[in-house]
Design a protein around this ligand. Structure first.
Ligand SMILES: [Zn+2]
Length: 458
């Protein structure tokens, strides 16, 4: 795979309409909305379902070369500050077409929504980043730092051709002080915006497998060493275990702020989990585990046994059985120490405990909450959404992990979506993925607001 730096077809078209330099130039928003919708629908109609991805079709649209899978576009600043990187991934997950009301690549507009695969993952960020680049170029906005836009391939399960490749072979081209990408969002409840989340940190996947060994034999003669029995015992102990609660700057701030904006009956648990009294904390921990499992996972390195295999016929005692644990580590977790902890919990010499080494991502530092970028995000959420901002650690991994490991401060953002939508089947990766048209346009303004605040010459 190759790639090049370009201000490509779409960006060049924007340049043709460039105005003379006006440092405080503002986009003509009503006009911009038609253009935004045109680009958004166009990229939604490009089939980048991964596998196989074929992200080059988006690259062709955004850039100009048919064989480029990743596109990097750079608007030059005066170099007073280090660059800002804006990323959107061009691939989507696959679809089961017959389950869709509106065809997944149709970008149908219906009842104020746009429907289609990628509407909120991640052709929304891609379109907002593209629009902001076009506007910066068209309005000749003077910049204190380069703004780099990346249309990124392979986010959905094939990072080797996307962020892995970019960081390994082209890091100098995307190296930046700050990065904006997917992973945050704005939550609407009952049609009202409640709060914005900015992802400033994420947990690190670290698979562990348990392998039980025993003596094989005839199933008619039960053996004490039966590998399946030992493995079942080990998995049951893991299931009963919840690793210790630990906060970092992001999660501490998150729960404090969430408590401040939540109804009193749940706010109590967000406050109690921060308590120094172990009894108070334990009660809140139990409640969160049962009622808000995502929040429970944010408190600790989490362990979920997700695969259990062993045996091949009913009259044979197998000599081996294996379970795979999905471990999502806190970013500051010491892997070797954690593995010892798991061994201590399993406490069975017949069961080996080891890392799988699969699906790993590097650990990195959280983005700073006192940075110019976070302050700009916070201020833009107030201005554009009239909402408070919560920094958030995601339980799942994103492509920002690789950048954080290289010292880039990364912030995950996203448009406003309805809290009620995912349970109704309208969420990301669902068969009716959708975004409100009005929220697409508001998100473009949010991007403009944030990016100009961080990068415009002062
Ligand atoms: Zn995504």
């Amino acid at each position: 795979m190759t790639l090049k730096y370009l201000v490509g077809a779409a960006l060049a078209a924007g340049a043709a309409a460039a105005l003379s330099a006006q440092s405080a130039a503002q986009p003509d928003w009503p006009k911009i909305e038609d253009e935004t919708m045109r680009h958004y629908q166009a990229v939604l109609r490009l089939d980048t379902r991964n596998p196989p991805g074929n992200e080059h079709v988006v690259a062709e649209y955004v850039g100009s070369d048919p064989n480029r899978t990743n596109v990097i576009a750079r608007l030059k600043g005066n170099g007073r500050k280090r660059p800002l990187l804006v990323m959107g991934h061009s691939d989507t997950v696959t679809t089961d077409d017959k389950k869709w009301t509106h065809p997944p690549l149709s970008a149908t507009r219906d009842g104020g929504y746009v429907y289609g695969r990628g509407t909120i993952d991640d052709k929304d960020n891609l379109t907002a980043g593209l629009m902001t680049m076009l506007l910066l170029k068209r309005l000749n906005v003077p910049l204190d730092r380069d703004v780099i836009f990346v249309s990124e391939a392979g986010e959905e399960g094939s990072t080797g051709v996307g962020i892995g490749y970019l960081v390994r072979d082209h890091f100098a081209d995307i190296d930046a002080e700050y990065c904006l990408a997917e992973g945050g969002g704005v939550t609407r409840i009952g049609g009202q915006v409640k709060y914005a989340t900015v992802q400033t940190l994420e947990k690190i996947p670290r698979g562990i497998e348990l392998v039980a060994h025993g003596i094989s034999g005839h199933g008619s003669i039960p053996l004490k060493s039966n590998a399946i029995v030992h493995l079942a015992g080990a998995v049951a102990k893991i299931g009963d275990w919840r690793p210790e609660v630990r906060f970092n700057e992001t999660t501490g701030t998150y729960f404090r702020k969430l408590a401040a904006i939540s109804p009193p009956e749940v706010a109590k648990y967000y406050r109690d989990i921060l308590s120094t009294d172990p009894k108070v904390r334990k009660a809140a921990d139990d409640w969160l585990f049962e009622n808000e499992p995502r929040h429970s996972s944010m408190l600790r390195t989490s362990v979920s046994p997700n695969i259990f295999t062993g045996g091949y016929r009913s009259n044979v005692i197998p000599s081996e059985a294996k379970a795979t644990l999905d471990v999502r580590a806190l970013p500051d977790e010491n892997p070797a120490k954690f593995l010892e902890e798991v061994k201590r919990v399993v406490n069975d010499p017949a069961v080996d405990v080891r890392f799988t080494g699969q699906n790993e991502r590097p650990a990195g530092a959280d983005a700073r909450l006192d940075s110019e970028a976070y302050k700009a995000l916070d201020a833009a959420a107030t201005r554009i959404y009239n909402a408070p901002t919560l920094p958030m650690m995601s339980t799942g991994a994103t492509d920002m992990a690789q950048l954080r490991a290289r010292g880039v401060q990364c912030f995950g953002i996203g448009p406003a979506t309805d809290f009620e939508d995912p349970p109704k089947g309208f969420g990301a990766h669902s068969d009716q993925e959708r975004l409100l048209e009005s929220e697409l346009h508001r998100f473009v303004r949010f991007n403009w607001d944030v990016i100009t605040a961080i990068a415009r010459a002062k």
